[in-house]
Design a protein around this ligand. Sequence first.
Ligand code: M6R
Length: 361
Amino acid sequence: TKGGYEHYMYKEIHEQPGALRRTTQSRLNTHAGGVELEEFPPESFADVKQVHLLAMGTSHHAGMYAASLLNSRGIPAYAFMAGEYSVIKPPVTPDTLVVAVSQSGETADTLDAVRRARAAGARTLAVTNVVGSSITRECDDELLIRAGPEIGVAATKTFSSQVTALTLLTERIVEDVTGAKSPEARDLMEALSRLPGDVQEVLDTSMAREIAIEYEGSDAYFFIGRGAAHPVALEGALKFKEISYEHAEGFAASELKHGPLALVTPLSPVFAIFTGHEDEATLSNVKEVQARGAPVIAITSDRSGEVTEFADHVLRIPDTHPDIAGVLANVQLQLVAYHAADLLERPIDKPRNLAKCVTVE
Ligand code: M6R
């Protein structure tokens, strides 16, 4: 049941602290800064030379996020939209780890792509929320995200749990491949142990409804971010368009000047995601859109610095490790999308034309 909430989506947004506790349960060693995955004995990933992440929709954004973390640690990683991977010859070698990311474990595009990768000789791993789903049968191994059942068509808590599980996997791959924990590991594990409480703080203090009210009736809604914040921008826009039916687009902040800036007007609020990585560069993009009259809503942990000074509004997130700040920013954007759709009285749990699980290609 919806347990007193008006929509499953809102309930599931609020279930995130518990979901994240389950995702990390008995997997975090904050003391040693290590990751313990009972499914994978030491050195399970020692031979991995590159990682392909295959997924669709929100799960693809989680895959992009993981690719960003892996690449930043020197492990070559590529996130593919599974439906596009199926139209190429899988560019795999026997030392490619192919990770299929799917909440349901039943998405046709993702199943087909991972089947092709496996047939081409890659090792395959399913990262899913559903025990015994088709994707777990197609793959050599599985890593469960343990978010609990998700009913709303809009994926919310499963994105947070996917990113968290993939962050754990990233650190394990780095440790197995290099024989040492990444320099980030200890701080990141600590940040992950605080993440459920940090998400709760966002839920308790968010001003997302006020922002949704202020900008109701805009022509379009844009989302920008760099590095791991780029997939968060895409995810913020996907959630917004999917349930509000308003025009929303996400861009890499670096892409703005190469075209999208032409769309920016005083009637297109821009949500800018700051994670503590490359914030200076994103701030200069903020100034560019403001010069075209667009209001800027910064999602940031900054309290008194330049970001807060320049932004028209701030949606605050707790200070945390930059590699995981995107999860907190995304919770703010989930709430903005929810309230925008609620103000428009949309059928939030069952948006038009969409199904929870896409079982045809
Ligand atoms: O079950 P999956 O994670 O494989 O589903 C993939 C997409 O269909 C899904 O994330 C979709 O984009 C959601 N409606 C997004 O909210």
